[in-house]
Design a binder for this molecule. Sequence first.
Ligand SMILES: [Zn+2]
Length: 288
Amino acid sequence: MTRSFVNILLLLPAVLMPVGIQAQALLAEEVSLQRQIEVVEATALRDMLLNEENVIPAAHMYPEWKNTTVHFKAALPDSFRIDLRGFVMPTSNTKITDIFGYRPRRRREHQGLDIKVNRGDTIYAAFDGKVRITAYQRRGYGHYVVVRHGNGIETLYAHLSKKLVSANQNVKAGDPIGLGGNTGRSSGPHLHFETLLLGKAIDPALMFDFKKQNVTGDFYVYRKPGTRYIENGKVKIAGPEAKYHKVRSGDTIGKIAKKYGVSQGIIFKLNKLGPRSIIKPGQRIRYQ
Ligand SMILES: [Zn+2]
């Protein structure tokens, strides 16, 4: 029943209908109309809630949706299967210029992969998702973008010359999200690419093979170090997380090895050092 029909009812000469019936009919129409409006409103609300604009990817896993803070502490599951299907490589460039992990030369953690790009090269969203952060860090990432994806991970794209998306915007895998550049702490145009699970950076090379322009498989299973699991009928233990010692005056590789109960050989290997290498105070030495 439309409003115009109700209006027509209102205009009907009273003589056509006994007053009581007329009033009842009007009342019935009003109730019906009211119900219809309620239904329409409820439908609109449902559509709005279902609308992609309002859906937070992987909302069940994450404590909140914030447009700040790339790395944060959250409880990680013992294992988590990341669906890599539907990926798009963020760049068609294939040259890795720095890997994930500790950089002895710079004495700090490198939380992503560096891929050589040219200034202005288009950088693409790796999966469907929603832009969580767009920001600028003069001494760090430069112009950067963080996208959260439905598969539970977040990807970060840094040192961009230009951002092409804004926070809370939905993106599809392969959508341009920025242009390659050299902003922030960067010596030469490159893409610093991070993959994060619940605020923790994990090695992108475990999932993305830039040389082959492909993912490493349909799925990647993250396992918390030390977690027992069964693979091919055998019980296995997930490998340890890297651990570091900060060198103090008077430290030697021998002393550090003894302190942590590991062999000197392991320390040499983990840090690409030899028996004649010199270590300096402040330097971080990986012992696990
Ligand atoms: Zn980097």
